[in-house]
Design a protein around this ligand. Structure first.
Ligand code: SF4
Length: 637
């Protein structure tokens, strides 16, 4: 709850809305206790007194009634009716939506066609028809406003429920023998409540307006009872001669609706789980840079050189050191593999190259990324944008998530080509077909008109590769491009990437957690752990003779054909959380060769050119005889 309010407070407009709305609600609640005149007592001798008259701060209306008092009582009534209508519409609409979405089939069809019929009527006409049938009065206006908003909630919640009803955790609840009613209450409802709250917060202002509209037409509150709409209606005839009688309730409606809408937007943002870990603001076009130290000088190694790169995530008062000083380089035509467990910093390193780490919360805090010697960290966005896709292109893990579902793959390819080349659509189409051919998509002239969902996983990934090749980049960063594919398709994609690399002289940075893939494709490999490179070398050297205990354990987890039966040992423990990295070696708590000295101070990445390890006691050497066996950190504590 505290986190929710902290997120809400970060949206200044929402905070302003919350403050204004709180003041209005408190005043409305305190109205009976305030020393106000009776709102219904007429005094025709004092009619149309202007604001700041004696005894009438906001003046009087056409019957001499005190406008301040009527405003306070009217606001109280309008808020009560608006909130009641919103709660009623949300409860009934959500119940209908959940039932339709959960049961589906005929139940869904019958319910939703009824909802469609209600939505086919202009809502204000429908509200007028309901009040006409029930008779004028505030309660009937409330019923009418709630009724016309029920379909809105039903449609929204039904859509969410359909998505949730087929999730695995609902299947698991069914398998556990839970009844439908129990599944709805314990599995579905908690997941749709945030959506209901968001929908309510964004429509409540609208419902207050609708109620005021009905009262304005004389169908809501009846004289002498005041609400904001009826006050406006009564002031209609004096709009020109005594405008204050209209302005007073009009301004209050404006204040209430504006503050509720601003607050509603803030609540929606704060409840959106995707925004909880980041910030309410839109991610910036390039990663924020806050380097405290001068970047290292260029060494001239490779087409792309990453030097002492540090990328952090600043979430609230925590600092997650996702990349803690990474050095890499890749030569033209070379394939460099980056391997490590999930969370080791591989992807963040790759995204940092072109400033693609989302900011906030990501910040590049140190190091340099040099393309042909030029440092790109902190480069102007225009420069980065001109290089993205043209010099350095990316292939991501899940092509279904990276391809736009509503556009044909051809249109997306043509867009990628034309974003860097001033060519016409026809030429773009020809180039797109050539690209699809080059990634071995059969019948590309027809496939170019397919939507992503019409292609298989392997085909979609080929389209992703074609898109990366669209502007003939020098470097492709492939972030686990085969993880979501089955083994045979994976082999085809790897073979395709290898052929493209050799035929086009492409440099590839291949991120994976699969040593088999590294062996098949990569010339060199860098092993990452807790945001650092812990071992690097040629693929043959690292695979045949791993030096770091972590690399050796990773290799021991890989099954080998024809090696007979052996136990595949998992690596005990978990990687450290990168906002609480231990002193010394980050692998110490999981390492069987750990010594006390491993936990003291920085362990450097040492070795000859191209073959290095960050370990004091590599597996290729025995631990020194005088080294003291260490307790685990937990045991020591
Ligand atoms: S430095 Fe020590 S704890 Fe770290 S991997 Fe090497 S032997 Fe293990």
């Amino acid at each position: 709850m505290t986190a929710f309010f902290r997120l809400l407070a970060r949206n200044r407009l929402a905070l302003a809305g919350l403050i204004v709305m709180t003041v209005v609600v408190i005043l409305a609640l305190l109205t009976p206790l305030l020393p106000l005149a009776d709102p219904d007592v007429t005094d025709t001798g004092n009619r149309f007194q202007p604001p700041f008259s004696e005894g009438a701060l906001l003046g009087t209306d056409h019957l001499g009634r005190d406008l301040l008092s009527r405003l306070m009582w009217g606001t109280r009534l309008s808020l009560a009716v608006g909130f009641a209508a919103a709660i009623a519409a949300a409860t009934i609409g959500a119940a209908i939506g959940i039932i339709a979405g959960f049961y589906g089939g005929r139940t869904d069809n019958i319910i939703m066609r009824g909802v469609d019929m209600l939505m086919a009527f202009p809502y204000i006409l429908l509200a007028l028809a309901i009040v006409a049938a029930l008779g004028p009065g505030l309660l009937n206006a409330l019923i009418a406003v709630a009724a016309v908003n029920v379909p809105f909630f039903a449609r929204n919640i039904r859509g969410i429920t359909v998505g949730i009803a087929h999730k695995e955790f609902v299947d698991a609840a069914r398998l556990a023998g839970l009844s439908n009613a129990r599944i709805i209450l314990t599995e579905i409802l908690p997941n749709v409540v945030p959506v209901i709250v968001i929908a309510m917060s964004t429509t409540i202002g609208w419902m207050i307006l609708e109620t005021a509209g009905l009262s304005f037409l004389g169908l809501g509150s009846q004289p002498p009872q005041a609400d904001l709409g009826s006050m406006l209606g009564e002031a209609r005839s004096a709009l020109i001669t005594n405008p204050h009688t209209s302005i007073v309730p009009g301004v209050m409606i404006l204040i209430i609706v504006m503050s509720i809408n601003l607050l509603g937007d803030g609540i929606r943002d704060a409840l959106d789980p995707r925004l909880k870990s980041g910030a309410l603001s839109r991610p910036m076009a390039a990663t924020n840079v806050d380097r405290k130290e001068t970047p290292p000088a260029a060494t001239g190694r490779g087409l792309l050189e990453v030097q002492a790169l540090e990328t952090q995530f600043h979430v609230k008062n925590r600092v997650y050191k996702a990349v803690g000083g990474v050095d890499l380089h890749v030569e033209p035509g070379e394939c460099l593999g980056i391997i490590g467990e999930s969370g080791s910093g591989k992807s963040v390193t790759a995204l940092s190259v072109m400033g693609l780490v989302a900011s906030p919360p990501g910040v590049i805090t140190g190091g340099a990324v040099r393309y042909e010697g030029e440092d790109l960290v902190g480069a102007p966005y225009r420069k980065l944008r001109s290089m993205r896709g043209k010099n350095v292109a990316y292939i991501f893990q899940d092509p279904l998530a990276t391809l736009h579902p509503l556009y044909k793959v051809g249109d997306q390819l043509i867009e990628a080509i034309r974003s860097h080349r001033p060519i016409g659509k026809d030429e773009g189409r020809k180039t797109a077909i050539e690209l699809l051919k080059s990634v071995r998509i059969p019948n590309p002239e027809k496939r170019i008109s397919d939507y992503p969902h019409e292609l298989s996983g392997g085909m979609r990934q080929r389209v992703g590769i074609a898109m990366a090749l669209a502007n003939e980049p020098d470097i492709i960063i492939a972030d686990e491009p085969t993880t979501a594919l089955d083994v045979t398709v994976q082999a085809q994609i790897l073979s395709l990437l290898d052929d493209l690399r050799r035929s086009r002289g492409l440099a590839i940075v291949f991120i994976t957690h699969d040593f088999g893939v590294v062996a098949q494709l990569c010339d060199r490999v860098a092993v990452m752990y807790a945001g650092r490179i812990i071992e690097e070398g040629t693929t043959a050297e690292v695979l045949e003779n791993p030096m770091h205990p972590y690399t050796a354990r990773l290799m021991a987890c890989v099954p080998e054909l024809g090696e007979g039966k052996r136990r595949l040992e998992a690596i005990r423990g978990l990687p450290p959380v990168v906002d609480k990295l231990p002193p010394g070696c980050a692998f110490a708590d999981r390492c069987e060769r750990v010594q006390d000295v491993c936990r003291q101070g920085e362990i450097p990445l040492e070795g000859e050119e191209g073959r290095a390890v960050r370990c004091l006691f590599p597996v290729t050497e025995p631990p020194p005889a005088d080294a003291k066996p260490a307790q685990s950190q937990e045991a020591a504590e």
